[in-house]
Design a protein around this ligand. Structure first.
Ligand code: 13P
Length: 252
């Protein structure tokens, strides 16, 4: 099965509404002739509706960086899948390592969020990744397996047709240290076989597995040439449309 590459930008806590709209619109004009790559940006919740509205009809889709698993209620400060969908987003990033590290997210809360995203009509991008200590201790595969199986515990294969996995080694995020081609190859192959064991060959075949962690214009082609790498989740280098378009055009 051929999987359409997804190049996604996680804008984290950067850019005001007007700045986000400006960068998004610039990216849309730069990407108007891109045809074989899906493009997504995830601005802050506050900018999501503005950016989605400004990008309607362009090649650039939008996503949220997080959501809360309940539909609505007295949950001060939280945002539901339904609200994100109605803001015009198609994707939701779930379980990013910064959320696990700074906001106490666990595989259990991630699991509820994946379910809520799917129920709300959003495509979940489930982020997983080991810390440097875990890698040094030889626990990488144990940690990744747990994040995948616990994070997807409540979902059946029918819920996960639009699932995207993002392998983001924590030690490679924002550090300028990219995982080596061999490391990424080994992990991505392992993750696809994990999805096959947990669910089915068909689902494993259609699931896009992105790599994230210091992806830049000068390393994206090497990463994208790896068989089981179906795209990239980009932080810092997605904030500037002129840089990000070089990553999107990895095959040119
Ligand atoms: P950087 O590309 O800045 O390393 O961030 C990666 C990331 O966390 C994307 O979600």
């Amino acid at each position: 099965m051929s999987r359409i590459p997804l190049i996604a930008g996680n804008w984290k806590m950067y850019k005001t509404g007007p700045e986000a709209v400006e960068t998004g619109a610039h990216l849309a004009s730069l990407s108007s002739d891109v045809s074989d790559v899906e493009i997504m940006i995830a601005p802050t919740h506050l900018s999501l509706a503005l950016v989605s509205h400004a990008l309607k009809g362009t090649r650039v889709k939008t996503g949220a960086q997080n959501l809360f698993h309940e539909d609505e209620g007295a949950f001060t400060g939280e945002v539901s899948a339904k609200m994100i969908k109605s803001a015009g987003a198609e994707y939701a990033i779930i379980g990013h390592s910064e959320r696990r590290q700074y906001f106490q997210e666990t595989d259990q809360s991630v699991c509820k969020k994946v379910q809520a995203a799917v129920a709300g009509g959003l495509k979940p991008i489930l982020c997983i990744g080991e810390t440097e200590t875990q890698r040094d201790q030889g626990k990488t595969f144990f940690i990744l397996d747990k994040q995948v199986s616990d994070g997807l515990k409540a979902s059946g294969p029918g819920d996960l047709e639009d699932l995207v996995l993002a392998y983001e080694p924590v030690w490679a995020i924002g550090t300028g240290r990219t995982a080596s081609v061999e490391q990424v190859e080994e992990v991505h192959r392992h993750l696809r076989s994990k999805i096959s064991t947990l669910f089915s060959n068909e689902l494993a075949d259609r699931t896009r597995i992105l790599y994230g962690g210091s992806v830049k214009p000068d390393n994206v082609s090497d990463l994208m040439s790896i068989e089981d790498v179906d795209g990239a989740l980009v932080g810092g280098a997605s904030l500037d449309a002129d840089q990000f378009i070089k990553i999107i055009n990895f095959n040119k």
